[in-house]
Design a protein around this ligand. Structure first.
Ligand code: AMP
Length: 249
């Protein structure tokens, strides 16, 4: 079975985000970019399934600017076999990505597509669900455990009340949650080897997808600064303040 994994290049999670002066978005110039953390978990899961003999090839795909090649090389250094870069300088929305990945899936015919639960830049949490709908495949979202059986996957999902376990028919789309695994680091020799691994370049037009934005950002604002806390002398005073000042009791 072939596993297709989507990886997005996003602002590194350690970077303190700054809003552009004109409010049109966040500052991306000279900012460290990395693989979306949920996608590192997806790559790790695909590699573990391959190591367990459940898959024979791991293909990673990214939709984005030429620099997204670095993100794909990171996935190759972790152990993925092959990469596909669908190059565009447009800001792509979840539906656009889902349409493109559908095209990639039709060409590659994977048995499983692993998608991150959400991208930490747009926090949409939409791409995996839209992809499964477009393909007409089953979906197992927010996975904290994935087991591959005969023509099916058993997915343990993180839901509000605890954990839910479902069986889904393959081919399917699985989206990854934080507790699924701890991604490995790429070793230096593997980073060197990754430079020679195959990376195909495509464009959205190759999949008949128009990347024109459907959504318009009206404004972007910094969140309100956190107010200073106060110290109380007793539980009674705390309860009093929660009642009268905070209005939460
Ligand atoms: P979102 O729906 O934007 O929160 O993204 C959820 C997941 O979809 C991410 O974790 C990625 O796995 C995938 N994804 C979103 N945008 C892209 C992109 N431009 N290229 C590759 N994968 C993407």
């Amino acid at each position: 079975m072939k596993i297709l994994v989507t990886v997005k290049r996003v602002v590194d999670y350690n970077v303190k985000i700054r809003v552009k002066a004109d409010g049109s978005g966040v500052e991306l110039a000279n900012v460290k970019m990395s693989m979306n953390p949920f996608d590192e978990i997806s790559v790790e899961e695909a590699l573990r399934l391959k190591e367990a003999g459940k898959a024979d090839e791991v293909v990673v795909v990214s939709v984005g600017p030429a620099k997204a090649e670095e993100t794909l090389r990171t996935a190759l250094a972790m152990g993925a076999d092959r990469a596909i870069l669908v190059e565009t300088d447009d800001q792509v929305e979840p539906l656009t990505v889902a349409k493109i990945v559908k095209g990639v899936a039709e060409a590659e015919q994977p048995g499983l597509i692993i998608v991150g639960k959400q991208a930490i830049d747009d926090d949409s949490n939409q791409t995996g669900q839209m992809l499964s709908a477009l393909l007409g495949w089953a979906q197992g979202t927010f996975a904290s455990k994935v087991e591959i059986g005969d023509g099916k996957a058993t997915v343990t999902r993180e839901v509000d009340g605890g954990l839910q376990t479902i069986d889904i028919k393959l081919p399917a789309v699985v989206t990854t949650d934080l507790r699924l695994n701890e991604p490995r680091y790429a070793s230096l020799p593997n980073i060197m080897k990754a430079k020679k691994k195959p990376l195909d370049k495509k464009t959205p037009a190759d999949f008949g997808v128009d990347t024109t934005a459907r959504l318009k950002v009206l404004k972007t604002e910094e969140p309100e600064g956190r107010k200073a806390g106060i110290k109380v002398k007793s539980v009674a005073e705390l309860v009093e303040k929660l009642k009268t000042e905070a209005g939460v009791l």
